[in-house]
Design a protein. Structure first.
Length: 254
């Protein structure tokens, strides 16, 4: 029964992915920005439901220009944030552009791509992010640079480079704590995307999970005026680690 349920979830998710691609190709050219964002929110939230995830949100995103700073667990993180904050423009590794289906869908969210193999490319993305913030956009970054191990708040070091865009434009940064739990685990192994795990493997694990919950804790924004980017990165990391510890505590006593 578990395998049948997983196969049913995956089949519906693939159809929803194809539907999203059709919307991007056929509808997006005629929609204004608000219309596109409404569809991004709807599509992301429905994809989470089809994969069997319940979304729980605490806190609210600041309106207007801001930089979202989140811990990175899975490719699902983008869907979780977009289900609540569809205007977020993520900074993503350039390889995502070439992923089947996913690359086109991610690009539809006005993603900013970075070539991680090229050191100087970070400076280009900082300038692009600063321009976006000055235009009133929301930019979202994963300062760990890759997905982390998850359990016990073992976050990877936070890279501070991209935070310079917020500092240069005096835009607020808003930390976000992401956690995926299930009936047996405060940190669900089904949602972790580590090492050589393929996208297909993670999809099967997600679809097979029982009682999977995506928890999004939106923390209070922090000012960036005259901030030191490395000190700011460390402060944001402490904010997120503390929020993750609180989420795990609530899961254990529930």
């Amino acid at each position: 029964m578990r395998n049948l349920r997983a196969a049913w979830r995956l089949g519906r998710a693939v159809l929803h992915g194809a539907h999203g691609l059709a919307i991007v190709r056929l509808r997006f050219p005629s929609l204004d920005r608000a219309g596109r964002q409404a569809r991004v929110r709807w599509w992301s939230a429905k994809m989470l439901r089809l994969l069997g995830l319940q979304l729980q949100v605490e806190g609210r995103f600041k309106p207007g220009a801001k930089m979202i700073v989140a811990n990175h667990v899975s490719w699902l993180d983008i869907l979780v944030v977009h289900a609540v904050c569809p205007e977020a423009r993520f900074v993503s590794k350039a390889e995502v552009r070439h992923w089947p289906l996913v690359g086109r869908l991610v690009g539809a969210g006005d993603t900013l791509y970075i070539e991680r193999q090229r050191r100087r490319d970070a400076l280009r993305v900082v300038h692009q992010s600063a321009e976006a913030l000055l235009a009133g956009d929301t930019v979202a970054v994963f300062p760990e640079g890759t997905t982390g191990p998850g359990p016990d708040q073992q976050l990877l070091p936070f890279h501070a480079n991209l935070l310079q865009a917020a500092i240069a434009t005096a835009a607020a940064v808003q930390p976000v704590a992401l956690r995926y739990a299930d009936r047996r685990h405060a940190v669900s192994p089904a949602a972790l995307w580590l090492g050589e795990t393929t996208l297909a493997q993670t999809l099967w694990l997600l679809a097979s999970a029982d009682g999977l919950v995506a928890r999004l804790n939106v923390l209070l924004p922090r000012a960036t005026i005259h901030a030191d980017r490395r000190a700011l990165a460390e402060t944001l990391k402490i904010d997120i680690v503390s929020a993750l510890a609180e989420l795990d505590h609530h899961h254990r006593i529930s």
